[in-house]
Design a protein around this ligand. Structure first.
Ligand code: FES
Ligand SMILES: [Fe+2]
Length: 430
C-alpha cells in the first residue's frame, strides 16, 4: 500500500496544535475541542486523500435503492444505479443548495429537490428544471444554461468485499490499495461470504470523533472499563491477542482477542487485585454469551477501524459495521449496522440479534465506551496544550501479541499529525 499523499505542514497549521513528539505518544487536548482544527479535518481528512465508509452493498440491493449518510459532516447519498452499479453524490441541490434527499433510505427512480423541483437521476445528473423555457412567452433559464454541467457533485465510489466507500479525492489510490493487504486479510475473515443487512442503531456522543477512534484502538481499556467483559470472560488481558496496523499510514488497525482457558486469564486479575475481576456473578440465562465457532480463528473480539469512519466488529456472533460521523468538535454520531450471513440458519440469526444487546447505545459492553469518551471531553475543556500520555508498551514496538498496549493509538496519532500537517518537527521545541 502506498502512503497516502500527505501535504507538507505549514507554520499556520502547526500553530493550531503543538505535538511535542512525532511518535504519537503525546497528543495535545486542543485537537478535541478546537473548531479550527475540526474545520481543517473536514478538508484534509474527510475531503482529503482518504476513502470514507458509506454503508454495505447489502443495504442497497435493488436498482434505485438509496441511503443518505455523510462523509465527515457533508451530507452524501449512495445509490444502486439502473445497471446495478454504485453511485454517490453530495446531497446538496445544484440550484440553491437545499438537501435533495430527505429520507434515510428508500427506493426511487429519480430524486427531486423539494424547493423548486429540480430533478436528478440516480447518478446525480440534472434532467428536470421547472420552467426551463419559461411560460407563456415569459423567460425561463438563460439560453446558455447547460443541464449537463449542473448536476449534483459526484463522488468516486468503490466497494471492497461488499463495503461501500466514497471519496472527494481524484488522487487517492484505489480503495484496495488504501486498505492494504494486511487489513484486507482481516476484512476477508468477516466478509468471506454474502451478508444480509439486519438493521441499525444510532447514538450521539457529546465528545470528539477521534476519542472514539482512540477507544477502538485501545485493548488496554477493554478489560478494565468493561465489567461485563471480564466478569463473563469475553475479553481479558490474559487472552491470546493480536494487534496490528496497516502497512501504509498506520491509521487502520486490528485488535483480535482469542479465547483461552478461563482459569489462566482470571489469575491475571486476581494477582493484581484489579477491581473488574469478580468471580461471584452469574447470568440467570447465559445464552447471550454463546460463541458458535464459524471462523478459522476463534476470536471473541475482532475490532478493526478502517480510517476515518468505519469500524468492523465481531464480538462472539454479533457482526457490525460501525459508522463514525463527526458532528462538530464535541459531538459525533455512531451508527451500528448489524448484519448476518445470507445463509444463516434460524438459530444463528436469532443468536446474532440477541447478541446485538452486547453493543450499540445500551449495549452491555458498548455503553461504557461513549461514556468514557464524554468523560475525556469534559476533562479536556481547557488547557489545549496539555497532552495525554500514550506510553503503554512504547518500549516494545514489535510486540503485537498483547492486549496491554497503546501502540495502535500512537500509530493513529503519528499518521494524523502528518495528514493534518501537524508534524512535531514544525512545532516549537520539537
Ligand atoms: S434549491 Fe433545489 S430546486 Fe431550488
Ligand atoms: Fe470498549
Amino acid at each position: 500500500m502506498n502512503a497516502i499523499d500527505m501535504s507538507p505542514p505549514s507554520p499556520v497549521d502547526a500553530g493550531l496544535a503543538h505535538f511535542p513528539r512525532a511518535d504519537g505518544s503525546r497528543t495535545p487536548y486542543g485537537v478535541f475541542t478546537s473548531p479550527e482544527i475540526y474545520a481543517l479535518e473536514q478538508e484534509r481528512i474527510f475531503r482529503g486523500p482518504t476513502w470514507s465508509f458509506l454503508g454495505l452493498e447489502a443495504e442497497i440491493k435493488a436498482p434505485g435503492d438509496f441511503k443518505s449518510t455523510f462523509i465527515g459532516d457533508t451530507p452524501v447519498v449512495m445509490t444502486r444505479t439502473d445497471s446495478g452499479g454504485l453511485a454517490a453524490w453530495v446531497n446538496r441541490c445544484a440550484h440553491r443548495g437545499a438537501m435533495v434527499c430527505r429520507q434515510l433510505r428508500g427506493n426511487a427512480t429519480s430524486h427531486a429537490c423539494v424547493y423548486h423541483q429540480w430533478r436528478y437521476d440516480l447518478e446525480g445528473n440534472l434532467f428536470g428544471v421547472p420552467f426551463l423555457r419559461g411560460l407563456n412567452g415569459q423567460a425561463g433559464m438563460p439560453a446558455d444554461f447547460d443541464r449537463a454541467a449542473n448536476g449534483l457533485r459526484k463522488l468516486r465510489v468503490e466497494s471492497y468485499a461488499g463495503l461501500v466507500f466514497a471519496t472527494f479525492s481524484d488522487t487517492v489510490e484505489p480503495l484496495a490499495d488504501y486498505i492494504g493487504p494486511t487489513m484486507a486479510g482481516y476484512i476477508n475473515r468477516i466478509f468471506h461470504k454474502p451478508v444480509e443487512y439486519l438493521g441499525c442503531t444510532r447514538q450521539y456522543s457529546n465528545s470528539n470523533w477521534k476519542l472514539y477512534l482512540e477507544n477502538v484502538k485501545d485493548p488496554y481499556h477493554a478489560s478494565l472499563l468493561h465489567l461485563f467483559h471480564t466478569t463473563f470472560n469475553i475479553f481479558r488481558v490474559g487472552m491470546k491477542a493480536h494487534c496490528a496496523t496497516d502497512e501504509g499510514h498506520g491509521m487502520h488497525s486490528i485488535i483480535m482477542a482469542i479465547k483461552q482457558d478461563q482459569g489462566e486469564t482470571s489469575t491475571a486479575y486476581k494477582d493484581q487485585k484489579i477491581r473488574s475481576f469478580d468471580s461471584g456473578f452469574q447470568l440467570e440465562d447465559d445464552s447471550i454469551l454463546a460463541l458458535i465457532p464459524e471462523y478459522e480463528v476463534l476470536a471473541t473480539n475482532h475490532i478493526q477501524p478502517i480510517f476515518p469512519q468505519l469500524v468492523i466488529q465481531q464480538i462472539h456472533n454479533t457482526l457490525v459495521a460501525r459508522q463514525l460521523l463527526p458532528k462538530g468538535p464535541d459531538h459525533f454520531e455512531l451508527v451500528f449496522h448489524f448484519f448476518g450471513y445470507a445463509d444463516d440458519d434460524a438459530e444463528m440469526r436469532k443468536l446474532r440479534i440477541k447478541q446485538a444487546n452486547l453493543v450499540g447505545p445500551a449495549g452491555y459492553i458498548s455503553m461504557e465506551d461513549t461514556e468514557a469518551t464524554e468523560l475525556v471531553q469534559q476533562g479536556v475543556v481547557r488547557d489545549a496544550d496539555a497532552t495525554s500520555i500514550i506510553d503503554m508498551a512504547r518500549d516494545a514496538p514489535e510486540q503485537s501479541d498483547t492486549l496491554i498496549t497503546e501502540k495502535l493509538i500512537r500509530s493513529f496519532w503519528a499518521g494524523y499529525q502528518k495528514l493534518m500537517g501537524f508534524d512535531a518537527a514544525a512545532a516549537v521545541g520539537a
